[in-house]
Design a protein around this ligand. Structure first.
Ligand code: 5AD
Ligand code: SF4
Length: 456
C-alpha cells in the first residue's frame, strides 16, 4: 500500500482524495458577481498532513464564498495561500523555496498578495519569514477563520474550528473529530503549533456525517492527531467509531497513539463491516530506552501485544506505522531493537523519518546527536526490513478476488486507484466512477501496491 519515505505527512494518506492544491469540486460558496473577490483569483498550496488538507478545504470555501476563482498556478493568482507544515525542517525548506519564487512573481507584478497559514504560521519562525518575504497575512492553526475578513467576507467569530465542515458532496470526506495533542513527545512540535486536545461532541460528528452521506459521501475518514484519545462526556473513541460505523458506508480513522488504542477498538475494526481493516499506529522506535526518552508512554512489548490483538481481529488487514531513526541518544543496540520490532510486527507499510531537530522541543537540545551517515544507514536498514515484509504480505493477496472502492478514476493508462476492505491500495483496470465499487482479481503485487483486473 503506502510508500515508505522520509517525506511523509503527519498522518499519511497514500490515497488522498485529491492532490493538495486541486479544487475540491464545484464552488459551493455564495460568491457571485457582487462578491468582494469577484473577478479575482486565488491559489492554495497545501503541505503536510490530512489536517492541513482539510484546513485547506475550509479556506477554499471561504475564498469561493468571497467570489474568488481558484487557479492552480501561482502566475495566474492574485492571492496565494501557502498552508504549511512545520513538523520537520525539510518541510520548512520547501516552503522557503516557494516563498522565494513568490517574491519574484510579486516583483514582476504577477502575484498580488501572499498568505502563510498552518503550522509554520503558528510558529515563532513565521515572524522572520514574514519580514524576509514581505508576507501580507500570517495565520496560525487556531485563527484560520481570519482569512474570511482578509478576503472581504464578514468577520467570522469561530471558537471551535472542527465545527466548520470542510468538504461537501464528495464521495470521500475528512471529518475532524479532535484537534491538538496532549502528549509531549520529545521531538514533536505539534503540541506547540496545534495546541492542546479539543474533542468535538459525538452528536456533532455523527450529524455532520449523516449530512455528508445524504449528500453523496461514500467514504469518511475521521481525523485528528491522536483520534483514539478522543473522549467526550464519558464516551470514548470506540463509542464514537461504533456510532460512525452505523451511519457511514465506509469509514477509516487516522492517526492513533498506542497508549490510547483499546482492544475494543481493534476488535471493532475486525467485526464491523463498514470499517476499513487498516490501522495506522505510530510506534517511533522498538527500543524501550528510546521510547522512554521520547516520552511515548509505552514499551515495545505493549505495542506488540496491541498488534497481535489487531492481527487476530483482522487477519487480512493492513498495518502501518511511523518510525524515527537517529533521535539523539539512539545507539546501535536501540536501532537493532527497532529492526527486531519491524520483523515481529510485519508492517504492511511504514513512514520512516530521519530525526529533524525542531527548535523549542526537548530533543533539539539533547546530547548524543547521531551523525548523518549513521542516520542514513539506519534509515535504509529499517526501510529494507519494512519493504521485505510488505512485499511478502502483499503477495499473499495474489489470486484473490476483492471488492475494491474506487478512489481515483482511471487516468490515461486506463488504471484507476482503489482500496480493498483490507486497506490495500490497488491499481485496477476500470473506468468505474470514484466512489463506486468494482470486483477485481489480484494479478500481482509490489511492496506498495496490488495490481488487479476486474471480474464480472
Ligand atoms: N523529526 C523526525 N520525525 C518527526 N516526526 C514528528 N516530529 C519529528 C521530528 N522532529 C514524525 C513522527 C510522527 C510523524 C508524523 O512525524 O514519526 O509520527
Ligand atoms: Fe506529536 Fe507525540 Fe502528539 Fe503525535 S502524540 S502529535 S508525535 S506530541
Amino acid at each position: 500500500m503506502s510508500s515508505t519515505t522520509n517525506e511523509a505527512p503527519i498522518a499519511p494518506i497514500p490515497l488522498s482524495r485529491k492532490p493538495p492544491g486541486e479544487p475540491s469540486g464545484e464552488p459551493s460558496g455564495t460568491g457571485g458577481a457582487g462578491a468582494p473577490g469577484a473577478g479575482k483569483t486565488a491559489c492554495i498550496r497545501t503541505f503536510g498532513c490530512q489536517m492541513n488538507v482539510h484546513d485547506s478545504d475550509r479556506m477554499r470555501r471561504m475564498i469561493q464564498d468571497a467570489g474568488y476563482a481558484e487557479v492552480q498556478r501561482y502566475e495566474e493568482a492574485d492571492l496565494v495561500i501557502l498552508n504549511t507544515c512545520y513538523v520537520r525542517e525539510n518541510a520548512v525548506d520547501r516552503v522557503r523555496g516557494h516563498l522565494g519564487e513568490l517574491s519574484r512573481l510579486r516583483r514582476e507584478g504577477r502575484v498580488k498578495k501572499v498568505a502563510l497559514t498552518g503550522c509554520i504560521g503558528a510558529a515563532e519562525e513565521s515572524r522572520s519569514l514574514q519580514k524576509t518575504y514581505n508576507i501580507d497575512l500570517v495565520l496560525g492553526t487556531h485563527n484560520t477563520y481570519e482569512l474570511a475578513e482578509f478576503v472581504g467576507l464578514p468577520t467570522m467569530r469561530e471558537t471551535y474550528t472542527p465545527e466548520l465542515p470542510g468538504t461537501e458532496g464528495e464521495h470521500s470526506a475528512f471529518v475532524t473529530i479532535m484537534t491538538g495533542c496532549n502528549y509531549q513527545c520529545s521531538y514533536c512540535i505539534v503540541p506547540t503549533v496545534r495546541g492542546r486536545m479539543t474533542c468535538r461532541p459525538l452528536e456533532s460528528v455523527v450529524g455532520e456525517i449523516e449530512d455528508l452521506v445524504a449528500g453523496g459521501t461514500r467514504y469518511v475518514t475521521l481525523l485528528g492527531q491522536t483520534v483514539d484519545a478522543w473522549r467526550h462526556e464519558g464516551r470514548r473513541f470506540c463509542d464514537l467509531l461504533e456510532a460512525v460505523s452505523e451511519v457511514a458506508p465506509r469509514v477509516w480513522f487516522t492517526t492513533s497513539h498506542p497508549s490510547n488504542m483499546e482492544d475494543r477498538t481493534l476488535r471493532a475494526i475486525g467485526e464491523r463491516e463498514t470499517i476499513v481493516k487498516r490501522l495506522h499506529l505510530p510506534v517511533q522506535s522498538g527500543s524501550d530506552r528510546m521510547l522512554r526518552l521520547m516520552h511515548r508512554g509505552y514499551k515495545a512489548d505493549r505495542y506488540r501485544r496491541k498488534i497481535s490483538v489487531f492481527r487476530e481481529a483482522a487477519p487480512e488487514g493492513t498495518l502501518s506505522t511511523d518510525i524515527i531513526v537517529g533521535h539523539p541518544g539512539e545507539t546501535e543496540e536501540d536501532h537493532e531493537q527497532t529492526l527486531r520490532l519491524v520483523e515481529d510486527c510485519e508492517f504492511d507499510s511504514a513512514y520512516i523519518f530521519k530525526f529533524s531537530p525542531r527548535r523549542g522541543t526537548e530533543a533539539a537540545d539533547l546530547p548524543g546527536v547521531v551523525p548523518d551517515a549513521v542516520v542514513q544507514r539506519r534509515f535504509l536498514e529499517v526501510l529494507r526490513g519494512v519493504e521485505q515484509n510488505a512485499l511478502r504480505r502483499n503477495q499473499r493477496k495474489v489470486g484473490k478476488t476483492e471488492e475494491i472502492f474506487v478512489r481515483h478514476g482511471a487516468t490515461a493508462d486506463g488504471k484507476a486507484i482503489g482500496e480493498t476492505w483490507s486497506g490495500h491500495a490497488v491499481h485496477v483496470d476500470t473506468d468505474a466512477a470514484p466512489g463506486t465499487y468494482v470486483r477485481a482479481a489480484v494479478q500481482s503485487a509490489g511492496p506498495h501496491v496490488l495490481y488487479a483486473q476486474t471480474v464480472d
